[in-house]
Design a binder for this molecule. Structure first.
Ligand SMILES: CC(C)(COP(=O)(O)OP(=O)(O)OC[C@H]1O[C@@H](n2cnc3c(N)ncnc32)[C@H](O)[C@@H]1OP(=O)(O)O)[C@@H](O)C(=O)NCCC(=O)NCCS
Length: 171
């Protein structure tokens, strides 16, 4: 199994994978398509997991901002991530996330934020975003599902502000 950058030839399979992983709804597949058409899209951070039998996972990391009195700071958000139901719980999600974090760090971003399962992401180093003084106002979600990880020491902590998802996220 390899993790590689998504190409245009993967788009249809990525759409099917997201529909399948999210219980046959297409909200996340459409989110991927809106992000790809937006300024926040970074092709290098759209990752696919490819096994011998074909594509089995996809994760999309894209741009968002933390806004505070001093201005706006670019960060990365993870959404969505999908692993084929037949291939879940084999560490593929973990590998996609680790590769996305490595690449985001390589590009110089200070941190990655997400809304997700509070029992899954902490194993990969994510902490409640409030730990870093970050707030989310665009979506009404419980505190523990809004999570963040710093990509370098004090990458996020000094930013103290509100995460703003771009319009592609339907906000
Ligand atoms: C959430 C999701 C991306 C996780 O992907 P995954 O590849 O199943 O995740 P991992 O394999 O890295 O970890 C999941 C579990 O498998 C376990 N695991 C990891 N590697 C394993 C291995 N080699 N053998 C057995 N178990 C393993 C992990 O410890 C974890 O344990 P848990 O069942 O107690 O939670 C996937 O389940 C999915 O696509 N879900 C539907 C869509 C969704 O909800 N996406 C997230 C919201 S954006």
């Amino acid at each position: 199994m390899i993790i590689r950058t998504e190409t245009q030839a993967d788009y249809e399979r990525v759409r099917q994978l997201n529909i399948e992983a999210f219980g046959h709804r297409n909200d996340e597949a459409e989110l991927v398509e809106r992000i790809r058409q937006s300024d926040g899209f970074i092709p290098y951070l759209s990752l696919v997991a490819e096994a011998e039998e074909g594509m089995v996972g996809h994760a999309l990391f894209s741009k968002a901002s933390i806004v505070n009195e001093a201005g706006s700071h670019e960060v990365i958000v993870l959404a969505p991530i999908a692993v084929a139901p037949s291939h879940q719980k084999q560490g593929i999600g973990k590998r996609l996330i680790e590769e996305g974090l490595t690449r985001s760090r390589e590009l110089g971003y200070p941190g990655v934020l997400l809304i997700g399962h509070p029992d899954y992401y902490p194993r990969l180093g994510f902490q409640p975003a409030r730990t870093f003084g970050l707030v989310l106002k665009q979506f009404q979600v419980p505190d523990d599902v809004f999570m963040a990880i710093e990509l370098r020491e004090n990458g996020l902590r000094p930013l103290q502000g509100e995460l703003r998802y771009p319009a592609a996220f339907g906000v």
